[in-house]
Design a binder for this molecule. Structure first.
Ligand code: G3P
Length: 478
């Protein structure tokens, strides 16, 4: 009970000199499940120092060797999927099966990244000067990609393992060192995952994992002079990190209010199953969840009926039992969701189910006839609550989507591919899915948000490129 998980620094598992710990509350039981070290600023300094020096020799390690170690870590991670998944279940209440999927997907991501890295980092460019006006053929320019240095990775609670490795693997293959600051909920899963990298035999200090309260070490980490790149996934915090960070590349994936635009010719059964998957998987706690349905009035009744029938079949309860809907991550999150629901109720939304909550567990809820004056039309509940806005034209749907501060993904359902393409062009989001719910994966696809949804693009290839810089050497002939 008194056991506190150690943090990882200089290749060793350590206890913080603060003597303090941070409690991780199981969202379902609301009891303290685990404790992690509350690291100090001096411990952060130490980790940064190690990361800086370890990176120098790592950058000189042959690319194929870096790839080999990543493949090894991927295999160890997959072999240990059961205990890691178990901690995901306990600290973020992710259904057991999805927790296993997250770990396996992460192993695949690491391997893919190693393979992609040896290809794209293994080649450079060769340019001749005489292609530019006024030049003779006397300058040969060679380009290659070099690492940035120390990458700081800050993943969110909803995919602590997957969104950590999606930052760690590209950073390492590109020759960077990596400092991981896990989310509090998800910290133990991250520590287990880091243990797999430890077992794979990466050099000391190259990877470290610092735990603690964001309020105590967050700014210190993100503003640390040793950090050469920040890759962050999460909420509004990302906006303040961006404002405070130095002159370094940033990769940010923040919130979303992904719209699902439904045209009258859409296959409504397909739409309904995608709304269920998109809106309610992991209880709606995904940046890419369907967060507002914009349906043409003439098919709205039929669609709402179909979705209602499917909502009725969702199971609600413990993540250990693989229930579809599980407790949301924290009490404050549940309170926030409830606030949005109550606001919609006061303003006259139609409740397709009765609103029900026990602790952090909120039953799935579809809200019909939501109007633009309701908060839920714009805000991100990050819970199993989905608003339906009835629209009289496609333009109205596009306008609603584009009026949002967010611009992560969106989707459109229609059998008319020409219309779908035009709508996709008109939607101001990083990705538009045609005839499927929004999703980040497969993990080698580019993934990016416009507006408040982010900076830079992710996906394996884009992440590797973002974590490198172009270096050129010019040979000058007499
Ligand atoms: O919420 C995090 C975001 O990256 C979603 O990923 O795989 O659920 O689409 P995914």
């Amino acid at each position: 009970d008194g056991e506190v998980y150690k943090y990882y620094s200089d290749g060793e598992w350590r206890t913080s000199s603060s003597g303090k710990s941070v409690a991780i509350v199981n969202p379902a039981t609301r009891k303290t499940q685990y404790k992690v070290q509350a690291c100090t600023q001096e411990e952060v300094n130490k980790v940064m120092e190690m990361a800086k020096s370890a990176q120098k020799s790592w950058a000189k390690t042959p690319l194929w060797k870096r790839a080999e170690l990543l493949h090894k870590a991927a295999a160890i991670l997959k072999d240990n999927k059961a205990p890691i998944a178990e901690s995901l279940v306990k600290e973020i209440a992710k259904p057991a099966k999805d927790s296993v999927t997250e770990v396996v997907r992460s192993g695949d991501l690491i391997s893919y990244c190693a393979e992609e890295g040896v290809r794209i980092l293994g080649e450079g460019k060769f340019l001749l000067s005489d292609s530019f006006p006024g030049n003779e053929r006397t300058k040969y320019c060679l380009t290659s990609k070099i690492p940035l240095g120390v990458v700081l990775a800050i993943p969110p609670f909803n995919y602590p393992v997957n969104l950590a490795v999606s930052k760690i693997a590209p950073a390492l293959i590109a020759g960077n060192s990596l400092v991981l600051k896990p989310p509090t909920q998800g910290a133990v899963s991250c520590l287990h995952m880091v243990y797999c990298f430890h077992l794979a035999g990466f050099p000391k200090g190259l990877i470290s994992c610092i735990t603690g309260k964001g309020s105590e070490i967050g700014d210190f980490l993100t503003m640390h002079p040793a950090v050469n790149c920040i890759s962050f996934t999460g909420g509004d915090t990302g906006i303040s990190i961006s404002k405070k960070a130095g002159m370094i590349p940033l990769q940010m994936e923040l919130g979303g209010k992904d719209a699902c635009i439904v045209l009258e010719d859409a296959d409504l059964d397909l739409v309904a199953s995608n709304i269920i998957k998109g809106g309610f998987s992991y209880s709606g706690q995904r940046c890419t969840a369907v967060k507002v349905v914009l349906v043409i009035e003439s098919v709205a009744d039929e669609l709402v009926e179909k979705v209602k029938a499917k909502v009725a079949k969702l199971t609600v309860g413990p993540p250990e039992e693989n229930c579809d809907i599980t407790a949301v991550v924290s009490e404050s999150s549940a309170n926030f969701i409830e606030g949005l629901v109550m606001d919609a109720k006061e303003k006259g939304a139609t409740f397709c189910q009765e609103y029900k909550r026990e602790g952090n567990l909120i039953w799935p809820l579809l809200l019909d006839n939501v109007r633009p004056d309701m908060r839920i039309a714009w805000e991100e509940p990050f819970g199993p609550v989905l608003p339906v806005l009835r629209i009289s034209s496609v333009e109205e749907g596009i306008n609603h989507c584009n009026a949002s501060n967010f611009g992560l993904q969106g989707c459109v359902f229609t059998k008319d591919i020409n219309k779908a393409m035009l709508i996709s062009d008109a939607m101001e989001t990083g990705t538009v899915q045609i005839n499927s719910a929004p999703a980040r994966g497969p993990d080698h696809f580019p993934f990016q948000g416009l507006k408040d949804s982010g900076i830079g693009s992710q996906g394996v290839t884009n992440s590797i490129n973002l974590m490198t810089k172009v270096k050129t050497t010019v040979i000058n002939l007499p």
